[in-house]
Each structure stands twice: as structure tokens, then as C-alpha cells.
Design a protein. Structure first.
Length: 373
């Protein structure tokens, strides 16, 4: 009996030891699994590797980013497409980042990591940001003090089409022109992103808005979003066309001329618009996709008017407090329904080249937005 009990005890000990060894192996396996870092997701971006047009961009993989001190790592959900994106890839923009780089100057997304010293943000916050470049990608690191939270009621697409166009146009009309209620505002290139934003903002500020565009289709779009008057100009203007254009502007202004010109086109359209200005008017130089115009300097003298540059990107860094105030006011206007990004096309991020072709060919009415699925 004693021998039998001994055998049973011995077998139990063996079985129990085997079970313990199995448990220990499982525990060690679990420990290794926990200690081993997760395989990093590979970020992707639309890289410019050589100066050129949209066809030179390449969709490429890179290692995941790590936020530096004072930075947020943002998973990009959407990116706005703007005319400077067509210039920066050709080395024709004021800013020339070292290659390879991704274009894309404004994004919206979700914070997925915080850099050292960052406070006031949490993982999962929805933010939009002006990035300069790097936005046509799946991830980006942005300085925490340059990101702006936006509410869940605002779609990522709207947020990505918000900063650049409304920021530019609000800075132009509020800070540079000091547009007043009852004044007349002429917008050249009014169907584009910044132009459409200027229509909405001009109306919200109490101005009479004249939208000048190159086609009847664009004129209808501008009237739909609030322009009081529309004017279609010829894409290629002769001297007589320029005189007629200036005459038509004066007639639509209903007085001696327009108080503010918002010129997002330049080229041959600039001089006739300047000739149609009222006394003490303000001519805003916003952009010149049609070429840098040659202005007879006797005109500002005769009109007693000012020519004022609008470099919103520089103003953001030179006057961050003013920029923050403008962003808060723009979000209030969005919340009240007075402004809303006019999105004409939403494309996958991989179609960035197509979006830039649309932009450079001036086929865009409002905004084109790129999204990551």
C-alpha cells in the first residue's frame, strides 16, 4: 500500500512538474511578446524628388515619424490643395524645402503621439494645421503651437479646406484692406479657393461683392455662393478688351469705382482693375498665376490709392497672436453658417498629381481635397 501510494505521489509530482514547465514556457513566451516592439506601420507620402510638374511626384513609403520636442504627430485624414503646391514642386515658390519632400500646405487629422514638453493636447484630438509642405502624406509632425483644434461637428474635409483659403482672405480683407460695410469689393479669380472664400467673407463684412471670372459657369458658381454681381472676362485680353473690362467694373460698382480690389490672378487683368478703383481705394496683391503684372505707377498717384501686398504665410509667423484671433473669428463664422468651404472635388491622396493638374489648369471652382482612406 505504501509502495502504491508512493508511485501515485511520484507520478503526480512528475505531472505537476510538467504542467509547471508548460506554464513557465507560456509565461516566457508572453513576456517576449510583450517586450518585443510592435512592427511600425509604414507611412506614405507623395514625394517630389526632382523639380517639375505634377507628373514628377511619386507615392513612396518611409519609416513612421517620431514627434520632436514641442511637436504633435498627426495622422493625416485630409489635405487641402492650393495653387502654391503647383509652384513649390517646380522650385518657383518663395519657400524651397530640401528634396525629397511632399507638397501640401494644410492638413486635418488626429493626434497619435505627443513630443516631449507638449501640454494641452491629448491623443485623439482633432487638429488642423498650416504645414507649408509635407501634407500629401499619411503622417506629419507639426509644432503644437501651430495646430488648431476643431470640433467634431466639422468634417475633416472642411477642416482641411479651411485654414489656407479663409486665413488668406480674412487677413487680406480684415488686416490689409480694413474692408468696411457698404464698400464695394472686386475679386479677380473669384471662383478659386481664396476667391470663393473672399466672396463669403466680403458678404459677411457687409460689402457689395463683384466677382470677376473667366467663364459663365464660374460666374454662376460665384452668384450661388453670394456674389452680388458677376463679370466674365476674356482669358486673353487685347488693349480694347482691357478698356472694356475696366468700364464694366465701374458700371457694376454703381459709383466712381471699387473701394477694394482682391487680385488673385495678376497678369493682364491687373491694370484695368486698378484703373477702375475709387479714390483712396486699396488694391490687394494676393497672387499672380496669370503672370506678374507691370503697373504704371502714375495710376496710384491719380487714384490716391494704395497697392498692398498680402503675404499671409509670413504674417502667421510674424503675428501669431493676430493669427490666433483670426482663426477664432473664422471658426465662429463657420459655426454660425456664414462661411463653409466650397469643396468641388474629393480625391484619394494617391491622386495628388491629378488634383495639382486641375489646379494649375484653373479648372477648380472652390477647393479640391485629398483624403486618406
Amino acid at each position: 500500500m505504501a509502495v502504491s501510494q508512493c508511485r501515485i505521489t511520484f507520478r503526480y509530482a512528475i505531472d505537476n512538474a510538467a504542467e509547471q514547465q508548460k506554464t513557465l514556457r507560456n509565461f516566457r513566451k508572453h513576456q517576449v511578446a510583450v517586450a518585443r516592439p510592435r512592427r511600425a506601420k509604414t507611412m506614405k507620402s507623395m514625394l517630389s524628388t526632382t523639380p517639375g510638374g505634377p507628373e514628377t511626384l511619386v507615392w513612396s513609403e518611409q519609416p513612421d515619424l517620431t514627434p520632436g520636442k514641442g511637436e504633435l504627430l498627426v495622422e493625416i485624414r485630409a489635405a487641402g490643395v492650393n495653387f502654391p503646391d503647383t509652384l513649390i514642386i517646380r522650385d518657383l515658390y518663395q519657400m524651397k524645402p530640401p528634396r525629397p519632400f511632399a507638397p501640401g500646405g494644410e492638413i486635418s487629422g488626429v493626434v497619435i503621439a505627443l513630443g516631449e514638453g507638449v501640454s494641452g493636447y491629448e491623443i485623439g484630438d482633432r487638429v488642423l494645421a498650416l504645414t507649408g509642405h509635407g501634407g500629401f502624406a499619411t503622417q506629419i509632425c507639426v509644432a503644437a503651437n501651430q495646430a488648431v483644434r476643431f470640433p467634431k461637428e466639422m468634417p475633416f474635409e472642411d477642416a482641411a479646406g479651411f485654414v489656407f483659403t479663409y486665413g488668406t482672405s480674412y487677413h487680406a480683407l480684415k488686416d490689409r484692406a480694413q474692408l468696411k460695410p457698404g464698400e464695394t469689393l472686386l475679386i479677380l479669380g473669384a471662383a478659386g479657393g481664396v476667391g470663393a472664400a473672399a466672396i463669403e467673407l466680403g458678404k459677411s463684412m457687409g460689402a457689395k461683392v463683384i466677382a470677376a471670372v473667366s467663364t459663365a459657369e464660374k460666374a454662376a458658381f460665384c452668384a450661388e455662393i453670394g456674389a452680388d454681381e458677376t463679370l466674365v472676362y476674356n482669358r486673353d485680353m487685347s488693349g480694347e478688351d482691357q478698356k472694356e473690362f475696366s468700364k464694366n467694373i465701374k458700371e457694376l460698382s454703381g459709383k466712381s469705382g471699387v473701394d477694394v480690389v482682391y487680385d488673385a490672378v495678376g497678369g493682364m487683368y491687373a491694370e484695368p482693375a486698378l484703373r477702375a478703383m475709387a479714390w483712396l481705394g486699396r488694391y490687394l496683391v494676393v497672387g499672380f498665376p496669370a503672370g506678374i503684372p507691370e503697373i504704371p505707377l502714375n495710376l496710384p498717384l491719380l487714384k490716391g490709392c494704395d497697392i498692398r501686398g498680402v503675404f499671409w504665410g509670413a504674417s502667421v509667423f510674424r503675428d501669431p497672436k493676430g493669427h490666433a484671433e483670426n482663426m477664432a473669428e473664422l471658426q465662429a463664422l463657420y459655426g454660425s453658417g456664414k462661411i463653409k468651404p466650397q469643396i468641388c472635388e474629393v480625391l484619394p491622396m494617391t491622386d495628388a498629381s491629378l488634383a495639382l493638374e486641375m489646379m494649375q489648369d484653373r479648372r477648380v471652382m472652390g477647393k479640391v481635397i485629398l483624403i486618406n482612406s
